[in-house]
Design a protein around this ligand. Sequence first.
Ligand code: C5P
Length: 234
Amino acid sequence: MQNPIIAALDVPTAEQALKLAQEIAPAVGAFKIGKELFTSAGPDIVKRMRDTGASVFLDLKFHDIPNTVAKAIASAVRLDVQMVTIHTSGGSEMMRAAEQSAQQTAAQSGRNAPLVLGVTVLTSHDANTLVEIGCEANVGKQVERLALLAAKSGLRGLVCSPLEISALRQILPASIQLVTPGIRTGAEKADDQKRTLTPREAVQAGASWLVIGRPINAAPNPRAAAESILASLR
Ligand code: C5P
């Protein structure tokens, strides 16, 4: 089994990100660069991380007209990232354009296409939020609807919450990779994550990758925390 831990580099500067990454690199499989770090440090932080040989998950959750998303994905492929996120609520045409752009740009650049991951319903949304924006009030049903649409539109992976893994595994093709945040070991406080699983529970439920932030980066010894999580999976 490959190392499924994706460490979230949820820090504001390139220096902090590189320091954390260097410390924990041997114990994790990839690093997630999100909106905070990317907006402050720019594409250069992706290049510097790739120069260390690390795999990078660029979590910018693109949602726009198909042409714009396709071009943003092409730029991400040229940065040589291994995973990138888009919102499935952008619709099937946008998702198909994103996946096609990933495949075509990768072929032109002589690289493997990154995994384009679809985000379904944000975990900060509840029934009220969905009704407010004119969607199906049942969060679980809306997640399933968007997940099936993503698979039909050619996406090869999805981001989902720990408690959605089992239901999605029952309706999606087995080849779809599921990437799951909301992981807590029990040793730390849940923070703002309300529905969590341990790393082992999430993998047993069918997660392909685990996005882990504070349980590693807020631990007194991040490297030891990452190693202990990895050991719990073996
Ligand atoms: O610190 P923590 O382990 O909660 O970090 C989880 C990471 O996963 C953060 O980067 C957060 O933005 C991201 N994430 C999440 N829940 C989602 C989607 C993404 O926690 N539903």
